[in-house]
Design a protein around this ligand. Structure first.
Ligand SMILES: NC(=O)c1ccc[n+]([C@@H]2O[C@H](COP(=O)([O-])OP(=O)(O)OC[C@H]3O[C@@H](n4cnc5c(N)ncnc54)[C@H](OP(=O)(O)O)[C@@H]3O)[C@@H](O)[C@H]2O)c1
Length: 272
């Protein structure tokens, strides 16, 4: 099966492409140097030249705080996703769109289901939701895979940030936002499973099982690294950021990914 992956040079893309190869797919990598996803004709030319059966759209504007001020976020996540969706639809290509827990406002107190109402609190979440809407509007054959709190060996992420701050004197970590940490390797496997199973088209939540606050996540990182580190829990109000974030964005993954702590253990062992 031919699968084209946009954002192949990103944190998820760099785990996903080799995993698809291992699962027997013929993977076509598309990085920014191959085409800019905001350029409709360049995207159309590249995709139609390669004519994949499936396109996994990982490319995105992912800086949540900068997105509050930067119009490029909407251009990349909403309008460019619409471009890709139109091209997939025209060529009968199944589209897989990677979305986010930040489409939710976090006011629920039990895990979010794919059918729950969305109400993003920040520009990044809104732009990704508009991307979802474009996929649903233009594609008949689509998977929307919402994920959250990603970390992986090929990008900046919370795990690496915490480890890099191990010598900081007082490390304060937010303890009133709860979500699902997810390793990009596990997410890649869950995406490949959806495709292999020929799962019903629609929205899926692909994130680590269980839940944690950023503070609990940080404690587990240091414990698994064998680093003795005192960290101080703090509130979102104390740790001011440009973009609002949901207080609770735990998603029900219908057992499509394993427990987040087991995944983190493997990630830490591999990076040693
Ligand atoms: N990271 C998270 O915690 C998280 C959480 C939930 C959902 N997600 C979603 O998961 C997906 C993968 O995230 P990630 O963490 O792997 O992101 P990432 O590391 O930031 O990778 C995104 C990739 O998109 C590429 N890209 C951006 N704008 C482009 C453009 N105009 N044309 C072509 N390529 C462009 C980037 O290229 P350059 O490298 O050249 O900039 C980058 O390689 C995204 O859809 C994201 O929204 C992420």
């Amino acid at each position: 099966m031919n699968v084209l992956v946009t954002g192949s040079n990103g944190m998820l893309g760099r785990d996903l492409c080799p995993l698809l190869d291992d699962r027997g797919c013929e993977t076509i990598e598309a990085a920014r140097c191959d085409f800019d996803i905001t350029d409709f004709s360049a995207a159309e030319k590249f995709i139609e030249k390669n004519m994949p059966e499936i396109l996994i759209h990982c490319a995105a504007y992912t800086n949540v705080d900068r997105a509050e001020e930067d119009e490029m976020c909407m251009k990349v996540n909403a309008y460019a996703t619409e471009n890709i969706a139109k091209i997939c639809s025209k060529n009968n290509i199944t589209m897989v769109y990677i979305s986010t827990d930040y489409v939710f406002d976090g006011t629920k107190n039990s895990p979010y289901l794919p059918s729950d109402s969305t109400n993003p609190l920040n520009k990044y979440g809104l732009s990704k939701l508009k991307g979802e809407e474009a996929v649903k509007k233009y594609c008949e054959k689509y998977y929307i895979a919402r994920t959250s709190w990603l970390y992986g060996h090929h990008g900046n992420n919370f795990v690496e940030t915490m480890i890099s701050l191990k010598d900081k004197q007082e490390l304060k970590v937010v303890n009133d936002q709860t979500g699902c940490p997810t390793w990009t390797a596990d997410l890649s496997g869950a995406i490949a499973d959806l495709i292999e199973e020929n799962a019903e088209y629609g929205i899926y939540h692909l994130c680590g099982s269980g839940k944690a606050t950023w503070f609990e996540f940080a404690k587990e990182i240091f414990r698994l690294c064998g680093i003795e580190k005192e960290i101080t829990p703090c509130t979102t109000a104390e740790f001011k950021r440009p973009a609002k974030r949901p207080a609770y964005s735990v998603m029900d993954n219908q057992s499509r990914c394993r427990d987040w702590k087991a995944a983190l253990k493997d990630y830490i062992e591999l990076r040693a």
